[in-house]
Design a protein around this ligand. Structure first.
Ligand code: 2IP
Ligand code: CA
Length: 379
């Protein structure tokens, strides 16, 4: 498990480099932000450069993990399909090839011959990232790669990534929108039970280098299995809620009834809104909010798996809100925790993997009980 963790930290850093390069290199940036008009709207390569960047990152992670742990191939999933259609109507399967040149050649076919963009992207994919320090020495978990599966969200909060607003982050404060909400999320779950056992979160745009103007990222990780609970984040003392009441973070599109119930519970100052499902769970992990409540099924397994593992390592978790409100013993009932191994067979496409019952992310069980009490009978 320590080797898998080191590898995931490395590939997440590579993914963050690709995300940064797509914003830093003009030919890629233009593809990323361009408005689609007229005829171009129907060309899939133009329509979906962002999707291509996502697919390329996802395939790179599959490629690198599969090379070191072949038993995991077939159990590495993500949001995107790697089948593309170029402007000529040809179908292309995007994969990471063994050399940078081959990858560039393949990408050029999806980018309708834009060799500059294809080469820049291939270069970022094949580049070795700077070493990631993680004190994983002595971390032994009795699980083998053949028991595990992976969920990847190559870039969560894509709209913030594309808008690209730069914020100066203040220590200890939640900042509702901007580039810092974009996260690379890699979660590992147990195939037999679906529990999340390891998570890596990479924030590609954490701090802008005042000298060079480039961005520095930040990463977080956690492992949770049986009595082994290790997290790169330490628990904040008291947190923003502390004795003064609970703080919550919501999506700005949350239902009015939930907004009202939580305004009553937390008070207007302790109820915050932020973009990105992954970023909102990260806020709970970092103690910038006590809970993240979502009443809709608008998140997916790839959004929640990685940060869920970190919360478990800290003694918290992520429950299905609908099930949690129905359960008699609330937080004591572990059956309400989200799992990652089984699709909803009554749905098709991405919806098979949605967290349909909504969710509550929490660090402390007592907070989950308070949320259950405040929302019971209201949804
Ligand atoms: C999205 C992204 C959105 C979030 C949505 C996710 O993933 O995190 O920001 O909505 O649930 O699925 P909201 O910000 O309202 O919480 P992606 O950006 O990868 O599509
Ligand atoms: Ca997402």
């Amino acid at each position: 498990m320590a080797d898998l963790l080191k590898l995931l930290l490395r590939v997440a850093e590579k993914a963050a480099n690709v995300a940064r390069v797509c914003r830093q290199e003009a030919p890629l940036f233009q593809l990323l932000v361009q408005e689609k008009t007229g005829e171009d709207k129907n060309k899939k390569f133009v329509q979906d450069f962002k999707t291509l960047a996502d697919v390329v990152i996802q395939e790179m992670i599959k490629h690198d993990v599969g090379a070191q742990f072949p038993e995991m191939l077939g159990f590495i999933h993500g949001e995107e399909s790697n089948k593309f259609e170029n402007g000529l109507g040809e179908s292309v399967t995007v994969t990471v090839c063994s050399t940078e040149e081959e990858t560039a050649k393949l990408l050029a076919t999806v980018l309708d011959g834009d060799h500059t963009a294809a080469s820049l992207l291939a270069q970022a994919i094949h580049q070795d990232p700077t070493a990631i320090e993680a004190s994983t020495d002595g971390l032994t978990v009795p699980l083998s790669p053949s028991e595990l599966g992976i969920w990847i969200d190559p870039i969560d909060a894509t709209s913030q990534y594309i808008k690209g607003r730069e914020e100066v982050l203040e220590e200890g404060l939640l900042s509702p929108s901007g580039l810092h909400c974009a996260l690379v999320l890699i979660g590992v779950y147990l195939r037999s039970t679906g529990e999340p056992v390891m998570g890596v979160i990479n924030q590609p745009f954490n701090q802008k280098d005042p000298a060079g103007g480039g961005w520095r990222g930040k990463h977080y990780w956690g492992v949770s299995w049986g009595n082994i609970n290790v997290c790169s984040v330490s628990l904040p003392k008291g947190g923003p809620g502390g004795e003064q009441g609970l703080s919550a973070v919501l999506s700005s599109s949350e239902k009015q009834v939930v907004k009202e119930a939580l305004t009553t519970l937390c008070g207007p100052d302790k109820l915050k809104y932020a973009s990105g499902a992954g970023y909102k769970i990260l806020c709970v992990i970092l103690g910038l909010a006590d809970v993240y409540v979502l009443s809709e099924g608008s998140t997916f397994k790839w959004d929640s798996c990685a940060p869920h593992a970190l919360l478990r390592a800290l003694g918290g978790g992520v429950v299905d809100l609908t099930k949690s409100l129905q359960s008699i013993c609330g937080a004591q009932d572990h059956k309400t925790e989200l799992t990652y191994h089984q699709p909803y067979t009554e749905y098709t496409g991405a919806d098979r993997w949605a967290n349909h019952g909504g969710l509550v992310a929490y660090r402390d069980c007592s907070h989950l009980r308070i949320i259950n009490g405040a929302l019971k009978g209201k949804l």
